[in-house]
Design a protein around this ligand. Structure first.
Ligand code: ADP
Length: 295
């Protein structure tokens, strides 16, 4: 099954065009949606999740017309927003049981089995009796995945948390997601390039409500072979360089500035050739649009 998004547009009442003709085909597996703040990611995800209306276009999940068949879509959907509230004085086990009942698992024995399997899957079985208010950021995130997986969704939408996960928790969260991606369409919305690099077979860069790239991370990086150059300059020279080159990254180190630029041919002037990275792909793509986004 595939999720097909066709020429999706969204203009908010205040006139902001958040989606500007987005078309994407998303197969089973982990798909990254990468873009800066304000790119339109949340608008796109909320629209797919039927939480808000589109202004135009179509979305299909297999044969299902997502924008018209809200109820049917919701039965196939798991959604993990970036921020989600938990009841602090309720345990994970009781909360999941409650959500399972809301999702229509009426038989209590069946519910017990489903909840146990999910708690094992997200590695919270040992902590199942603890109140959610005492969970760490990573544990809450894994609980969020468990609740999103109730009902075996065919489509899982995850708005990646920007903070609150330590490296070990992050790793566990990554492993869990990639396991789920083996049997589900998982859309991962993020502005962290590393998330996409680690997890996603395919990804799209979205900015200013438009898709700037869609494909595999590997192919994206290959396209920049021979086009990335770097140089160390004095801090006060950066504006001049910005005027003359396409500067895609700047890093400060011991008072000097390292700049990376993209250029089709050798820019000379002391620039050294660099091996392109996925971060270069991202910043190169959005550099054309960034003024629009920061307005
Ligand atoms: P992202 O999730 O990539 O940060 P959003 O989808 O939240 O991007 O926002 C895309 C654009 O739409 C931004 O310019 C944002 O200010 C605007 N926007 C988002 N939600 C609303 C809303 N409810 N009303 C008006 N404008 C909105």
């Amino acid at each position: 099954m595939e999720l097909v998004i066709d020429n999706l547009t969204k203009t908010y009442a205040n006139g902001v065009q958040a989606l500007n003709g987005v078309s994407l085909t998303i197969p089973q597996g982990m798909f990254g949606l990468l873009g800066p703040n304000g790119a339109g990611k949340s608008t796109l995800m909320r629209t797919i999740a039927t939480l808000q209306e589109a202004s135009g276009g179509h979305i299909w999940l297999g044969d299902l017309d997502v924008l018209r068949q809200h109820e049917l879509l919701r039965k196939q959907l798991g959604y993990l927003p970036q921020e989600f509230g938990v009841y602090p004085r309720v345990s994970a086990e009781i909360m999941l049981d409650h959500i399972a009942r809301l999702k229509g698992v009426a038989d209590s024995r069946e519910r017990k089995q489903v909840v146990e399997a999910l708690l094992q899957k997200v590695n919270l079985w040992a902590e199942r009796k603890r109140n959610l208010g005492t969970y760490s950021g990573g544990m809450k995130q894994r609980f969020g995945i468990a609740q999103a997986l109730l009902g075996n969704p065919k489509l899982l939408i995850v708005d990646v948390p920007t903070a609150g996960l330590d490296p070990a928790e992050r790793n566990r969260f990554y492993n869990l997601l990639s396991e789920i991606g083996e049997s589900t369409i998982v859309i991962l919305s993020t502005h962290i390039v590393e998330d996409v690099q680690t997890l996603c077979k395919r990804f799209a860069i979205i900015c200013g409500g438009e898709v700037l790239y869609v494909g595999t991370p590997h192919d994206a990086v290959k396209m920049l072979n021979g086009k990335i150059w770097a140089k160390s300059i004095a801090k006060d020279e950066v504006d001049t360089y910005r005027e003359n080159y396409r500067v895609i990254a700047t890093n400060l180190n011991e008072g000097r500035l390292f700049i990376r630029i993209s250029a089709d041919g050798n820019p000379e002037n002391g620039f050294e050739p660099m091996k392109p990275t996925l971060e270069d792909v991202y910043f190169n793509a959005i550099s054309t649009k960034m003024d629009l986004v920061t307005l």
